[in-house]
Design a binder for this molecule. Structure first.
Ligand SMILES: Cc1ncc(COP(=O)(O)O)c(C=O)c1O
Length: 357
């Protein structure tokens, strides 16, 4: 018996279809497609009509190109391996005015998307004045072999936050910039800004935008809690097995360093074959696991094991579900365990058995 990470392929695809509806999505497939597997995710997304992908790593972008010869692939981090970017027809962000001036001559024939920094402050040109300076310098550049500006984009830092006004501020700042540039007849093949939260908050794609750049919803987790669970469905199951059920008595300490103290005699502890070495976060282990459809409290987390306090209905070899569509990743996001992507990224795919069903 070994703990298993498995994805229901039909459910994954159905969820992606529900998320996409009739909209044009750029599927974010960075970090091995949120650890669902790059090849798997790209193949499924292609099958439902998504043919635009984005990632932060050139290595992943090249892997996508091999899977999807005709796709639009957008690299959200700037890189300096310009020959590879050209060879694999990867589109790339233009992350600052200084990057433009410093690499002007090396960027020839590369399709770039001009990035606006906004409130996240991670990357991008700082003001509309900078963007206009870039556009006009580019326009006046007589070199026939120059970069090609095909896109305009930003990333919101606060679309997942409802208690602060920052999303409203960054949203307005961005929409004003798009409107001003279009009013001056600048043209872009692609304009994109929205992550999953913004896509759902706005009930679709902003006017004048070509794509929403969606990640986590495509992987089956809700970006915020007021979206109904039926709207976004989780196809991932992570489960371990009960090796044995042991009884301990009041005052017994169980697990390393007094992790759990039994408060009554004949407390039943299931010893389960999954732990933090498999990627279960310590914060997740403050909550419950599901056995035979019923939730039981996790009492201690070790590297390859955990203790779950159970009752008489539970026995050795029963399955212990850490995540599935009834005990979802996003439930624990909203309980403060960590971001959806953080819980997904923590999984150790070398120690878990990985299955696509
Ligand atoms: C630049 C960028 N765009 C889009 C996304 C997708 O966000 P989400 O997974 O919340 O949809 C991310 C994810 O972190 C990102 O970094």
């Amino acid at each position: 018996m070994t703990a298993i990470w498995s994805v229901d392929t039909a459910k994954f695809r159905k969820n992606a279809e529900n998320v996409k509806q009739d909209n044009q999505l750029m599927a974010v497939v960075k970090n091995n497609a949120y650890h669902y597997g790059l090849e798997f995710a790209v193949t499924q997304f292609l099958a439902i009509g998504i043919n635009t992908f984005s990632t932060t790593s050139l290595r992943e972008a090249i892997r996508i190109r091999k899977l999807a010869p005709d796709a639009t692939i957008f690299l959200m981090n700037a890189v300096y391996e310009f020959d590879k970017v050209r060879a694999y027809n990867i589109q790339m962000t233009l992350p600052s005015l200084s990057f433009y001036y410093e690499n002007l001559n090396e960027l020839y024939n590369i399709q770039v998307h001009v990035e606006y920094e906004n409130l996240l402050h991670r990357s991008g040109l700082k003001t509309i004045a900078e963007i206009k300076e870039l556009l006009s310098h580019h326009e006046q550049n007589q070199n026939t072999n120059k970069m090609n500006i095909v896109g305009l984009w930003t990333h919101f830092g606060y679309a997942d936050e409802f208690d602060v006004t920052d999303y409203k501020i960054e949203r307005e700042a961005w929409l004003d910039i798009v409107e001003a540039l279009l009013a001056e007849n600048y043209q872009f093949d692609m304009i994109h800004a929205q992550n999953s939260a913004s896509y759902y908050r706005e009930e679709g794609i902003f006017p004048n935008h070509t794509h929403a750049r969606v990640g986590i919803a495509l992987y089956g987790s809700r970006p915020y809690s007021t979206i109904d669970e039926t709207v976004i469905q989780q196809s991932l199951t992570v489960k371990g097995n009960i090796i044995q059920v042991r009884e301990v008595n009041q005052g017994d300490y169980c697990g390393y360093s007094f992790a759990f103290e039994a408060t009554r005699d004949q407390t039943k502890l299931a010893v389960v074959d999954i732990g933090y070495g498999d990627g279960i976060l310590k914060s997740r282990a403050k909550h419950e696991a599901m056995i035979n459809g019923k939730r039981f409290p996790i009492r201690a987390l070790m590297m390859s094991h955990m203790f779950v306090e159970v009752d008489d209905s539970v026995s050795a070899r029963d399955e212990v579900i850490l995540y599935n569509n009834d005990i979802r990743v996003d439930e624990y996001t909203f309980k403060g365990v960590g971001a959806n992507s953080e819980q997904l990224s923590a999984m150790n795919h070398d120690s878990l058995i990985k299955e696509y069903r």
